[in-house]
Design a protein around this ligand. Sequence first.
Ligand SMILES: Cc1cc2nc3c(=O)[nH]c(=O)nc-3n(C[C@H](O)[C@H](O)[C@H](O)COP(=O)(O)OP(=O)(O)OC[C@H]3O[C@@H](n4cnc5c(N)ncnc54)[C@H](O)[C@@H]3O)c2cc1C
Length: 557
Amino acid sequence: MNKPLIEKLKEQLSNDTRIENDEKTIEKYLRGTEGLNIFSSKKRTLVAVVKACCDEDVKSIIDLANRYAKDDVLCFSLYPVSTGNNWGYGTSQPASLNNNIILLDLSGLNKILDFDPELGLVTLEPGVTQQQLSEYLIANNYNYMVPVTGAGPECSILANALERGYGITPYTEHFAATTAIQGYWADGTQYQSAVYLLDKSIDKFVDKTFKWGVGPYLEGLFSQSSYGIATRMTIRLAKRKSAFTSFFVQIQEDSLLEQAIPLIREVLQRYEGIVGSINLMDKRRILSMFAQNPNGNGSHSVMQANDVDKISKQLQVPAWTIVGTIYGSKAVVKTVKSEVNAIFKQIPSKRIYSDSAIIRIANMVISSLPASLISIIPTLGRVKEQLSSFNLGEEIMLGKPNKVALKLAYWRNPNADKVEQAVMHPSNDGCGLLWYAPLITMKAATMREYVNFIREICPKHNIEPFITFTNLKHDCVDSTIPIVFDLSNPDAVKDAHNCLKELVNKGLKKGYVPYRLNIDQQQWLLDSQNNFWQTANKLKKTLDPNNILSPQRYNPQ
Ligand SMILES: Cc1cc2nc3c(=O)[nH]c(=O)nc-3n(C[C@H](O)[C@H](O)[C@H](O)COP(=O)(O)OP(=O)(O)OC[C@H]3O[C@@H](n4cnc5c(N)ncnc54)[C@H](O)[C@@H]3O)c2cc1C
């Protein structure tokens, strides 16, 4: 323990800012879903966790880090997290293996500073979670959607945007919806935009309405970087529309993928602004949401083809499922629904709509049946569970956060059965998860080649090939492959990492480039010598001359 440093921090920071350096707290923040320790002899460590109570203390601790940068005893670097739930990409662990790191937990800065109900612009601090924003909007009867993700209610809105995360509500890309940021560069200089500083009005509101500002776009430097700490952000929220339906297009034949892709593109191009992003998921990925792992949760092998066939028949899961949403007035939704239906009818498919009579009736029937009856008839139990997941999935599309998607992280967790959905927390519960999230060109042949690639490589490493494609636009697809493994099994952890390495290295040769990297990849994958990272390094030296902020985060050495 660095006692002199802890004393200095206590002296300089407000009483309400907590400084915790007990083993239990530090162990909690160093717990990730990624199993990163497996290959490295050096373990991550923390001197302490500082839970900041206010913006001023963020500035004070940055100043302290700079002041002591040359002091052998007191020097430290800072690693900020907002809610620290970056599961699969590092969770709350610092990128660097240095041994003088202070983790700055900003979850206590959780004020919703401003909301303009006319325009739907919300300004919030780093600790504001999806759940908090949802409750705020509901309590005030504001008809706007939370930019939800599959990571669920306990995750920060601001940090997810900084990481360039995305969801499935109409403003899919969260950094794209960010209109203003304030904070501090790593050298302690305050950041406010040029528009904000030029504006001489009292509320300086117009800054919040325009993303690009005037002059160089410095706000981008806060995202996927280590140049500054954002202490507030304004995000544009999508308004709830008077009508809505989600569509589920079920395609039985795997070989129809190539025919389905141009249809998805056509829907997105024709109904831009009405149809949100579209997800395309394969059979195994859908089973991970609805089925029990037939091999048992602690297993280290992929599902056999005959098991997949059997369970998918039972649950009526097709080879591919297209999931999308139509938002608009009643008349618009009705028209677009029938046109979308006509488009997908061109291929053999079953098309289900969340506002259809069959879903409404199924919900009514299931909710009217006594629990005792459902518990003794397995088919009813399964239908109830499927309907519940379906309804929760729909809530997400309407901008209401929940934990339904977190189940995926528990596919190979030996204790999965003991965890209730309401309290799921993948890193606390010992889940093993890494992400492979490459951008894939939205062309049928490329996507088929990619599917074959995933189906060949993942099983070689005993990893289930769960495939999702998300259209961020008609011309931009990101695929997310969750590499789910048993974190308590060292062989499984090794396999997971080898799988990710092979996917990344071989994928790059085919043009599959990840949009986001975990803290380990940020070092081995990025070439510090190429012009891009050399330029980024010049910026780092200017904004963080003492290298005190998040060393090695998107900053290859
Ligand atoms: C089952 C499952 C589903 C998921 N689905 C999605 C999904 O749909 N979309 C998606 O995007 N992600 C998804 N994730 C990944 C991830 O969990 C989320 O992106 C999550 O929001 C990130 O965690 P956080 O919000 O707590 O960010 P944090 O962990 O707080 O922050 C992430 C990183 O951003 C930086 N940072 C944080 N705050 C600041 C700040 N104030 N200033 C400067 N830098 C900062 C830090 O380097 C930090 O490590 C999913 C994960 C799981 C397990």
